[in-house]
Design a protein. Structure first.
Length: 431
């Protein structure tokens, strides 16, 4: 009961506090930097971006209602059951507009503030109707986006030039690609009103169980920490800094153990297999549950292990095939059991080995394989179906697209990534 009370109190604070703090702020008005209004803006941003509630409501029908309560404005909302993922953020929720039928993957940031050397100004960040947004996108005020766009993962959203409508945008700088591919139309029968309504009800039930599991897992971790405190009290080990260090260490080990068991239980102690299906098929609902209840790389219990040998040990326990002497400085891998790493690999901070995509409600997943001695740079993306040969290097901030096969010793850079001849010549000269 106490845990539920804290949960409801936290939700009320997240929904009400940003609205109250934002009352003195007006869109389009220039405010001095580091003044009172700037402090209020920073408080609105920090208080409205709750990782816990985004994880709880994300990838379900509940997320749009949560964001609407925060202040998002939805135009003729079309419920898909997966309108938003679990990792979106914004500067000012009251200045975010989303068109009908738009779907957003994880990692989108709606930037509502234009900050200069002396002043800052708030503005509206808009996403048009019937738009699909991939991962790791930044959408600023003044983005030149109309309706029916496909924004690929890590695409640089244009802020100048004509308004883009009915087109796909890929790369940095962005260039036009087809809005959709023909093979995805094989699942259009799920979009028929009667079929969609039935499948949406079934998906909502499945997601509700996942959300209950997410809350229960948080309660289990809190209960485990309370139990540790209670067990240590009779031993008189709770006085002084050493006691704090002991409790934190045991809590870290216990949290990791619970999350590893939970991740394996959700998968049935079996590795995931490559699949292609609609988001309205039962397999996808199961796969969604592995995201919500699995151990993410940004979880504090795992984040503290970045750059240590223990990181690779945890990956192994969660189904990833990991070679010897892995250096992982904070890489993300949503589907651990679909990733295979060779010996002596290096994974940079905020790099992502993503074994799936969700374009327009069609789910696709496949393996990601890194050979011996591969390096994936900081903030880079390696998509599904890719194979990196021995000694490959993916430079920082690159995006290796789906299905690419990198030759041994190749150096790839850019978005989308291509062979970087100059860097490769330098690497060969050094090696």
């Amino acid at each position: 009961a106490g845990y539920a009370a804290w949960l409801m109190l936290g939700l009320a604070a997240v929904l009400l506090l940003p609205r109250l703090l934002a009352l003195p702020l007006r869109a389009g008005r220039a405010y001095p930097l580091y003044g009172l209004h700037f402090g209020l803006h920073r408080l609105v941003r920090s208080s409205s971006n709750s990782k816990f509630f985004n994880n709880l409501f994300g990838d379900s029908s509940a997320i749009v209602h949560y964001l609407a309560a925060l202040g998002y404005r939805f135009t003729a909302l079309q419920q898909t059951g997966s309108n938003f993922g679990m990792a979106q953020m914004q500067d000012h929720p009251g200045l975010c507009e989303v068109g009908s039928g738009t779907m957003v993957s994880d990692g989108m940031h709606l930037v509502n503030a234009e900050i200069g050397a002396q002043v800052f100004r708030l503005g509206t960040a808009r996403l048009g109707a019937a738009t699909f947004c991939g991962n790791a996108l930044i959408v600023p005020t003044g983005a030149r986006l109309g309706d029916n766009c496909l924004l690929a993962t890590k695409a640089l959203v244009p802020t100048t030039g004509p308004v883009h409508s009915g087109v796909g945008l890929l790369g940095s700088p962005a260039f036009a690609i087809p809005r959709s591919v023909r093979r995805d139309s094989n699942f259009d029968h799920f979009k028929q009103p009667a079929v969609l309504a039935q499948r949406l009800r079934l998906k909502n039930r499945h997601n509700a169980v996942s959300m209950l599991g997410f809350v229960a897992s948080g309660f289990a971790r809190a209960a485990m920490l309370a139990l540790l405190w209670w067990l240590l009290q009779p031993l008189r080990l709770l006085d002084g800094p050493m006691a704090t260090a002991l409790l934190v260490s045991l809590g870290l080990v216990g949290t990791l153990a619970l999350m590893v068991v939970q991740d394996n239980l959700v998968r049935g102690w079996r590795p995931l297999q490559p699949r292609t299906c609609s988001i309205y098929e039962p397999y996808f609902w199961f796969h969604e549950r592995t995201w919500k209840l699995g151990l993410g790389s940004d979880h504090p219990a795992l984040a503290v292990l970045a750059g240590t040998p223990l990181r690779g040990l945890v990956w192994r326990l969660m189904g990833m095939r990991v070679g010897r002497q892995l250096f992982d400085d904070g890489c993300a891998a949503p589907e651990k059991s679909l990733v295979a790493l060779g010996d002596h690999c290096t994974l940079g901070a905020m790099a992502t080995l993503q074994s799936h995509s969700l374009e327009d409600g069609v789910f696709k997943s496949d393996h990601v394989t890194l050979g011996d001695g591969c390096t994936v740079g900081a903030n880079s993306y390696v998509h599904y179906g890719t194979v990196l040969g021995q000694g490959c290097q993916v430079l920082a901030d690159a995006f290796v697209m789906k299905g690419e096969h990198l030759a041994a010793g190749a150096v790839w850079a850019g978005n989308p990534a291509r062979v970087h001849t100059q860097a490769q010549a330098q690497a060969q000269a050094r090696g």
